[in-house]
Write a protein that binds this ligand. Structure first.
Ligand code: F3S
Length: 463
């Protein structure tokens, strides 16, 4: 399909708005052709994920655009950076890395972006409105904006996001278009006890499972007995966008495009109906905690790889494909020495700080355990004003802003076992940080930090 350009698009492409806008538009046009777009549409906001320093190319790209005078055409918030700009020296970040990551931060600010430095821009004053056409990067933010707010964005990759921001345009494809926002897979909750639905690990576990069964489709969840909070929806979306590439989900009676099942599917029948039972959720929950060798385990106690196939450390398959199996049933991370707790993936909200604070009163973290919350500067300031930071500091906890453990090389090498209440962090940590990971509730994380070993309350899940 040939791409039609407006006069304004053509003028940018011709360089009439300067060399930076010409570069941005030429990249956007090429990508729109790859996507098969017929035209470009106006966007009114962007969220830039190209901010994380991962090497020279991204830095050079940002500095080149900024050096050519690039300016964003729409309000553009910034995702996390590669360092906590003012706090990196407290961690293991190499100074040279920090210097380059900071240069990249400055380049985006020179382009007129808003220095929010957070992966939860939807919990700031820049939250987009229902129906607003936007170009957002960062998978959890994309899922939240589309699903919970009803704004419209495709999954914008790094570098293309800033091109959209500079031109104020985006390819008219995917989730920008009403017809592509219809539900595809009906996910029915079956006999999930109310206490499980109220447990704060329910949403990340459900999201982790949804990402695996509907990796690039639009799931519609039916049967929630308890209305979720904003932070629970945040956790669900982040998990589903990690184990899969879910960019939009609907929850009947909860999310704005799903007042009814009919509306969620836009009057079409589901392509597939999948039931979620306790057995399904148990399996998903187990996958988020590693065994003593660092492998996630399935419900039989076998280690699994990222495809869900059981493997052992020699690479021998142990599944129904008929290859050699291994009866090991090894213990999980439960009970093992704990080195670190990480909370705030996605970045902690004020409500989460306020939920955490009373759990810490009168307690202190084990001397070996680092207890870290990652959040934005703005949310941390609000937490401080609300009196929710003092208990964290008295507990021996720390806050890192601007970045997170997966975006910055901040963790010391001695961190071997990490615990988190985030399915996204649990999913990525073993591969990206080379740590063993345990997934638990907020209460589990605090108890474990005090004890210095992984303690998880499992009666709700395993009974
Ligand atoms: Fe945010 Fe880092 Fe998690 S960017 S979603 S805290 S991996």
């Amino acid at each position: 399909m040939a791409l039609r350009l407006s006069k304004h698009d053509q003028s940018l492409l011709d360089g009439q708005a300067g060399p930076a806008a010409r570069i941005a538009m030429s990249i956007l046009v090429r990508m729109a052709e790859v996507y098969g777009a017929a035209e470009l549409i106006d966007i009114t906001q962007a969220h830039i994920d190209s901010t994380i320093y991962i090497g020279e190319a991204g830095l050079e790209f940002a500095e080149r655009l900024a050096g050519l005078g690039a300016q964003v055409a729409v309000p553009s918030t910034l995702n996390v950076s590669g360092v906590d700009e003012h706090g990196w020296e407290a961690w293991a970040v190499p100074p040279e890395w920090a210097r380059k990551a900071r240069r990249q931060m400055l380049a985006y600010q020179r382009m007129g972006c808003i220095p929010t430095w957070t992966c939860a821009p939807y919990q700031t004053q820049f939250k987009p409105a229902f129906g607003q056409q936007i170009a957002w990067g960062e998978s959890n933010a994309i899922a939240f904006a589309n699903s919970v707010l009803g704004a419209r964005t495709e999954r914008y990759p790094d570098l293309l996001d800033i091109c959209c921001a500079i031109t104020g345009r985006a390819p008219a494809v995917g989730l920008h278009l009403t017809g592509n926002r219809a539900g595809q897979v009906l996910v029915r909750l079956r006999d999930i006890p109310r206490p499980v639905q109220q447990d704060d690990t329910f949403y990340p576990v459900l999201g982790h499972w949804i990402g695996k069964i509907a990796p690039d489709r639009v799931p519609v969840v039916e049967g929630l007995a308890v209305p979720p909070t904003e932070d629970q929806l945040k956790a669900l979306g982040a998990a589903a966008a990690s184990s899969g590439a879910v960019a939009l989900f609907h929850i009947i009676g909860v999310t704005p495009e799903a007042p009814t099942r009919e509306a969620a599917f836009q009057g079409r029948p589901p392509e597939e109906i999948v039931d979620v039972t306790m057995s399904t959720l148990r399996k998903a929950r187990r996958e988020l905690t590693c065994d003593e060798r660092g492998y996630a385990t399935d419900e039989r106690g076998y280690a699994t790889d990222e495809r869900g196939y059981a493997t052992d450390e020699r690479g021998y398959a142990t599944d129904e494909r008929g290859l050699a199996t291994d009866e090991r049933g090894l213990a999980t991370a439960d009970g093992q020495a704990l080195d670190m707790v990480v909370l705030g993936c996605p970045h902690f909200s004020l409500a989460e700080f306020q939920q955490l604070a009373p759990l810490l009163e009168g307690k202190h973290a084990h001397p070996r355990v680092k207890f870290l919350v990652t959040s934005s500067r703005a949310m941390t300031r609000l937490a401080e004003q609300a009196g929710a930071l003092a208990p964290l500091k008295a507990f021996g906890g720390q806050v890192t802003v601007d970045t997170c453990v997966l975006a910055s090389p901040m963790l010391p090498l001695e961190i071997e076992t990490l615990m988190t209440n985030s399915a996204k962090c649990a999913y990525y940590a073993p591969g990206m940080l080379n740590t063993r990971v345990a997934f638990g509730s907020l209460v589990d994380c605090v108890r474990s930090a005090v004890a210095g070993r992984v303690l998880r309350e499992t009666s709700l899940w395993e009974s």
